[in-house]
Design a binder for this molecule. Structure first.
Ligand code: SF4
Length: 346
């Protein structure tokens, strides 16, 4: 059997950086925490848990009696909102160069590309733009960027006078789900749209309900992992109502590069394996693309998931999602070759 690896597969730059920063912290004396699961990969999470990494969520911060002294708190590649950061600082966190009271030390592993989107959102809000944010409403990255829009309006890193900087689902409804444009000019809305249809509906609402020229400037920011087709369809839907819409180039090439590299395997491979976590959206998307090739295709979180029949093919293409570590890719490749040997000797 020949295993053909995709030219681009596995960890993207942002995920690799976050994992390496976490590993570096593990070498230190502090208890290491992550704000939510670091990545969507069960083996990496189990490995980090074995080494003592603890996952926190917002509720943990509120619990009385929790002692976070001498802890290093890693912010994931998706980033957090300024409001959440303020909450952490109130809970006793300090930045890397911080001083005095020992509590959390924040280690910001936000991917530089996500950080660029956050800062673009803040800058546009400061300059008075109405911002459309294309992506999954409940995704951590979108929630974080949304928080930057809110704080960009009044320059308060912890949330404004009118709204908490923490991501507040109700406040996101102010512009999106309820279709209401707030009359209070001190709150500049950011409207999250998940599809071209939602974008059209949101644009209609703004035109119907906002006073004329209330929003002279509009911009669109996309989740870094949104598909290019979907992003341009959303942009086209909005441009019908806002011809001067400024479309920010925020899509990260990592997803596209993995998808294109997988497509290159469609022709030479007899079957395809996608290595990665089942709860990783980009891994599942790779599996759909593999199936579109018309070849047998499977998703394997680990070598144990490989079907025996995968060992029967002469050429197997191997790809992996952006949160799949090298060790899992290697293990799956070895297991494939082993399965094939078993077939040869059967
Ligand atoms: S997919 Fe792109 S934006 Fe997201 S973490 Fe990876 S490199 Fe960063």
């Amino acid at each position: 059997m020949k295993v053909l690896r995709a030219k681009v597969l596995g960890f993207c730059m942002g995920v690799r950086r976050a994992v390496e920063m976490t590993e570096a912290e593990l070498a230190g004396p502090e208890q290491v925490y992550t704000m939510g699961p670091l990545i969507h990969n069960p083996q990496t999470l189990a490995f980090l848990a074995d080494r003592g990494v603890r996952i926190l969520d917002e509720a943990d911060l509120e619990k009385p009696g929790r002692d976070f002294r001498n802890g290093a708190l890693i912010i994931r590649a998706h980033g957090i909102s300024p409001g959440m950061e303020k909450k952490l600082l109130l809970r006793g966190a300090r930045r890397r160069d911080g001083r005095k009271e020992p509590a959390f030390r924040i280690v910001d592993a936000t991917c530089p590309r996500v950080k660029a989107s956050q800062l673009a959102a803040r800058s546009l809000a400061e300059r008075g733009y109405l911002i459309f944010l294309a992506g999954e409403r409940d995704h951590a990255e979108i929630q974080g960027i949304y928080g930057y829009v809110l704080t960009g309006k009044d320059g308060d890193s912890g949330g404004g006078k009118t709204r908490s900087g923490a991501v507040d689902k109700d406040s996101s409804k102010a512009g999106s789900e309820t279709g209401k444009v707030p009359a209070d000019k001190s709150f500049f809305p950011c409207i999250i749209v998940g599809s071209p249809e939602e974008a059209e509906a949101a644009a209609r609402t703004v035109l119907n309900e906002a006073p004329e020229n209330f929003f002279p400037k509009t911009a669109l920011i996309g989740q870094t992992t949104i598909s290019e087709t979907e992003y341009s369809d959303i942009a086209a839907a909005l441009a019908k109502s806002f011809p001067n819409l400024e479309v920010q180039r925020t899509i990260c090439g990592a997803t596209r590069d993995r998808q294109n590299a997988l497509r290159e395997l469609c022709s030479p491979a007899d079957a395809l394996i996608i290595a990665g976590g089942r709860n990783s959206a980009n891994t599942r998307r790779l599996l759909s693309i593999a199936r579109e090739c018309g070849k047998p295709a499977w998703l394997a979180e680990s070598a144990a998931d490989l079907p025996v029949e995968a060992g029967a093919y002469s050429v197997v293409g191997l790809s992996a999602g952006a949160s799949t570590p090298d060790s899992v890719i290697d293990e799956i490749e070895q297991a494939l070759l082993y399965l094939n040997k078993g077939k040869e000797h059967a």
